[in-house]
Design a protein around this ligand. Structure first.
Ligand code: FAD
Ligand code: NAI
Length: 465
């Protein structure tokens, strides 16, 4: 079999690259080592975690907020088995959608481990069949897997990664989370809402530390109200499972030992690129210190016909970043001149309230010595937020002190995940804070808070505070 392009890995990077290649007229193959397409994102990442976040939020609201809305329930209880079953259905439907898209675009799908024989030949070792694929170009999109600390033995029963956390059969009594990043606060939220006590051990002094510091601080305040405890500036030194108990030993900033005991420990300290079994050595490729495949500005590796995208290369480990890179490489191969503005790839944390961010953080502007001004608006001053009882959080707009150009937007609040799109569009068109401040925003909507934060950035002209 001979192809113009072969993609290794069917996550959001790989399957989108394959579709764009096919759209551009290339004969395309995709190789996936698992039986189901869609990669981490669809099978054990974005989609299942959001399904459980939605279900658990319904329960939390029914338990804690319905009464105030005038809705009374008796005998409210969690059926975790059903919750997990629904999540599995959502995954199945979403993955089925990718099968359909591959067929629609006439992309040949091979299931099995893809491994380089040479720079134009890949072997596919599947459960039932083996293939040798001849190909002009190759796109590596093999993604990432959970990282671990060398002294932690993941038994995958009580000491678990995000993958097992999406499949628990009972609600933990006490879930200890190592790492206060995105996975820690999202999956911690799922179980806190269902009644677990959740303790987060974080090495740094702030949650979700890659985001603007205000976001982590606000998120911590809100999560505290829903059953979270935080051990910031704590270093984990040992994790040990005995029967149903997991003992996590940590060291605080004073050098004192702090011991936590729970029934589950979720290790969520980041992810590492996946290159195992790829046979990179057969095409002269090596990985860097972080385990990533090195690429140039065109996402090309040191081998002329091989590209790499998504979690396996540098940059944010996000599905939409991988997708943009998939399109970018397909168009580059087709001779086009695409562009990705990495600064404007938004980041979202699907807690409630949601956190969403784009552009520079205040810390980065300080470090770059960029003159800036801040506009902000709290949701407690929003009529829409009061109507829905979602008054926690704020929107923070960072604009250039002299030109008024928006440089960064950071939101924690209701539906921030969707609202951030307006900030991305504004920044893509290099809008000033006043540009947004002068645009009509429907009333009552959460988006009015963005307009108000922009008004605040424009000479403190916010109207409703
Ligand atoms: P992946 O999705 O990891 O796909 C790589 C694929 O390659 C896998 O299917 C793998 O089996 C296959 N593969 C690997 N090696 C081989 C080989 N040798 N041969 C054949 N196949 C191979 N991101 C977001 O943007 N939003 C979210 O809400 C979000 N939530 C997440 C929640 C969780 C719990 C996790 C773990 C991640 C989440 N992410 C989220 C991150 C997101 O899943 C990744 O950034 C994204 O999946 C990366 O896409 P990718 O195509 O690079 O790799
Ligand atoms: P992360 O990088 O978001 O967070 C890891 C956290 O662990 C950091 O706060 C770090 O300081 C801390 N940490 C590291 N070593 C530690 C140690 N020894 N002790 C205590 N704390 C330690 O990684 P996470 O949460 O595992 O997620 C992995 C990736 O998946 C992220 O890069 C993220 O982009 C992606 N993801 C994205 C989601 C989204 O977009 N909503 C949801 C879930 C994951």
């Amino acid at each position: 079999m001979k192809y113009d392009v072969t993609v290794i890995g069917s996550g959001p990077g790989g399957y989108v690259a394959a579709i764009r290649c096919a759209q551009l007229g290339m004969k395309t193959a995709i190789i996936e080592k698992y039986n189901s397409l869609g990669g981490t994102c669809l099978n054990v990442g974005c989609i299942p975690s959001k399904a459980l976040l939605d279900s658990s939020e319904h329960f939390y609201n029914a338990k804690n907020h319905f009464k105030e809305h005038g809705i009374e329930l008796t005998n409210l209880k969690v059926n975790l088995r059903q919750m997990i079953k629904r999540k599995a259905e959502v995954v199945k439907q979403t993955v089925g959608g990718i099968d359909y898209l591959m067929k629609k675009n006439k992309i040949d799908v091979f299931h099995g481990l893809g491994s380089f024989i040479d720079k134009n030949t890949i072997s596919v070792a599947g459960e039932k069949e083996a293939h040798k694929i001849e190909t002009e170009k190759i796109i590596i999109a093999t993604g990432s897997k959970a990282a671990n600390l060398p002294f932690i033995k993941l038994d995958k029963k009580h000491i678990i990664t995000s993958t097992e956390a999406l499949e628990l059969t009972k609600v933990p009594k006490h879930l200890i989370v190592i790492g206060g990043g995105v996975i820690g606060v999202e999956l911690g939220s799922v179980y806190a809402r269902l009644g677990a006590k959740v303790s987060v051990v974080e090495f740094l002094d702030n949650l979700i530390p890659t985001m603007d510091k205000t976001m982590g601080k606000e998120l911590q305040k809100v999560l505290k109200k829903s059953g979270f405890d935080f051990y910031l500036k704590h270093k984990v030194t040992a994790v040990e499972a005995k029967g149903n108990n997991v003992k996590v030993t940590t060291e605080n900033s004073k050098g004192e030992s702090v011991e936590l005991n729970g029934d589950y420990c979720l290790v969520s300290i980041g992810r590492k690129p996946n290159t195992e079994g790829l046979g990179l050595e057969h095409v002269g490729l090596v990985t860097n210190k972080q385990g990533q495949i090195e690429v140039d500005d065109h996402l090309k590796t040191s081998a002329d016909n091989i590209y790499a995208i998504g979690d396996v290369v540098k940059g944010a480990m996000l599905a939409h970043k991988a997708e943009e890179e998939g399109v970018f490489v397909a168009e580059t191969i087709a001779g086009q001149k695409p562009h990705i503005n990495y600064l404007l790839i938004p980041g979202v944390v699907y807690t409630w309230p949601e956190v969403a961010s784009v552009g520079y953080t205040e810390e980065q502007l300080k470090e770059n010595e960029t003159p800036y001004k801040i506009g902000s608006f709290p949701f407690k001053a929003s009529g829409r937020a009061r109507a829905s009882m979602d008054t926690d959080g704020l929107i923070k707009v960072l604009a250039h002190k002299e030109t008024d150009e928006i440089l960064g937007v950071h939101m924690i609040g209701p539906r921030a995940a969707d609202m951030i799109a307006e900030a991305v569009v504004a920044m893509e068109y290099r809008a000033s804070a006043e540009d947004i401040a002068r645009m009509s925003h429907a009333h009552p909507t959460f988006t009015e808070a963005f307009k108000e934060a922009c008004l605040d950035a424009t000479d403190n002209r916010a109207l409703h505070i």
